[in-house]
Ligand binder design. Sequence first.
Ligand code: BGC
Length: 824
Amino acid sequence: MPIGILFADRAEKLKEKQVINMNNRDQAQQLVSQMTLEEKAGLCSGKNFWQLKGVERLGLEPIMVTDGPHGLRKQAGSADHLGLSQSVPATSFPTASASACSFDRDLLRRMGVALGEKCVSENVAVILGPGANIKRSPMCGRNFEYFSEDPYLTGEMAAALIDGVQSQGVGTSLKHYAVNNQEKRRMTSDSVVDERTLREIYLTGFEKAVRQSQPWTVMCSYNKINGTYASDHEELLTRILRDEWGFEGLVVSDWGAVNARVAGVRAGMDLQMPGPDNSSDEAIVEAVRSGDLSETDLDRVAVRITELILKGQAGKDNPVHSDSDHNMLAAEIARQSAVLLKNDKGLLPLNGDERVAVIGQMAQTPRYQGAGSSRINPAYLDNALDALKADGVQVDYAQGYNLSDNAVDEKKIDEACQLAANCDVAIVFAGLPDAYESEGFDRTDLAMPESHDRLIEAVTAVNSKTIVVLQCGAPVVMPWQERVAAILIMYLGGQAGGQATSDLLLGKANPSGKLAETFPQKLEDCPSTPWFGGEGNAVHYREGLYVGYRYFDTAKVKPAFPFGFGLSYTTFDYSDLTVESLGSYKFRVSANITNDGQVAGSEIAQLYVRCKAPAVFRADKALKGFAKVHLEPGETGTVTFELDQRSFAYYNTKAKGWCIEGGDYEILLAQSSDTVRLSETIQLDGDGQEQLLLADYKDLTDYRKPSVPFKVRDAQFEQLLGRTPPDGIRKPGEAYTVNSTLSDIQKTLIGKYLLSQAKKQTAGMIGEDTDPTQALMMEAVLMEMPIRAMKMTGGNVSDRQLEAIVDLANGHVVRGLRKALTKD
Ligand code: BGC
């Protein structure tokens, strides 16, 4: 039986399991009614780094939650949230930036099934993922963990993965909620974003995943959103997430994200991780006793946590697939996710009888996953060089560059050129080494190492049949784009990416992936560039809705490769678009696609909607559906899509809801965001609510007609935002707080001391074989850690100790020392 069918069978259990879980709520309520105040408060923080506390006398056992999301990272020995310590071997799947290019819901669901199975066999109750943050800029160091710049695609992919995992009776944690789009100052930055952009761009993916798949947990992010930490954000955690979207699970903090514990309980932040945090638990007890927090609020949280524990404890079916099945699935996902960006004169696929020069160390030492909390200890690991050899290709290899230092090595380039000159075809493996993108810090530009670019340029000069295979988690600029004959991007293709690469190069598999993000020609073309990262703590989302292709298509900026783009070894014809009205803004759209080439292949058809003459400014078009169809040569298949009210709506900040403008809308069936193949215009009646916005929007000319390069005047951002944006800069003499970072207090005596201690502690965790990127990440995370997050470093640090540090940093030495020396 093909592996896909096997995994699909397994996912069918989903519905059955969800019904069983419904009863956990009643049982949880009963159990909580038997708990003491202290027991209930105690549940609110974890037992340790990865476990929840139970209540032994009531038969509630601790359960384990752990990373995620592209494989299981279950640490065997010491614990950390940055992937430093070793974990049990598990399948490393392609990361989200790769798998999103498959545009394949079923594939993501099957990956979820495999993740769920692994959790069952390792006794893990919840896997921490998927990540559904939007790629606001290709500069975010953690983009490899996120799906797309588009919220519709993000939501669909996340929902499918969640369905798969949860079909195994294992929970997920949809993260990082919300507007967490950079790593710089990730624990304290303030994302300043207007309400419409928040709804239409940054929340929609989360909303879809919650409404469609009910993740067991949602993880709140580290950052602030419009001045309020995510962990205290009642509007996001309760009013939107629960009241509007109907979320039924629990909210868990990102590791160390809790700002104010009691306020968090009130706001809807249920579980603090990691734990234990006796200070926080006690503060909850005191708040209930003093009437500051109602016991009903605490009960609600305790019930949710108890319910999660019950779900986690419930018996599960034994996994039917082995690590080796999962490895095969990882290879399939890698094959379906790779994107063929260029293929001059049909150079690819290779015949298999050419003499091939394989160049570049990544052919042998692949970059297949990213650094940080998602880092997997892979169960197997292959590479393209061995896979090509095993597939019978006549291969010679030259290293080309050193991954260890990334310096240009002329000798290695010469060797590579000599080899390439004597071969029929040269395949250069290049991309982004670990240190160029990682959790914990952002990228500095979009370039690959000079050693890779120079190597490619040199090889193209001696062999006109040069193919580049890219391994990276995010877009890069390609100064050699015009000179190479073919480009295949594998992204971070997971542990079986080598075999997948060989299969694609040899035509055993036909590339079908399409880009889930725009590849710009240069960083300056990305609209968020001037404001990305932010000044001080404030990050102004001035570009508003114009994220990714929404800007490129509206402002007519030519990207290197557009959103949704990807080539195939065959070609597809589109015909017979029909748009059928089902009433109440519902439409069924269908079209025929014919494989008019010579080989079998899959096509991803994309459905965009364009409002022809909007009064409320909009992007040129937005993705509202996609379908993937596999066709034999000469075969025709039908793709169908459903559109609904939301497909045409914009968020009206005055009406506080999703509204529709009357007028003409184009339904565009496209091969990529800039290649529309079929279109039809429909007319919709509106609700007239745009009238409420017109006066405010009249002057927003910078948004109504985005410029190249993109500029937004201060006054216009201010008007869109509805207030003066904070500058986020610390004023001279301003007092330090528990939210000041170690970098903020580094010049104070206590700051110096803490930094030296922290460095000692982390040096102990970094061994000889530690990847230098992990050391870099550690450094960045440490410097940008707020004082309050020291609770995460172990030892049950109390609130009083944190206050002592703040007092000492502010020069209140006596007060600080007194607090430091008082026993809790
Ligand atoms: C990351 C999360 C991760 C958690 C636990 C945090 O630093 O942001 O994505 O799940 O650590 O490792």
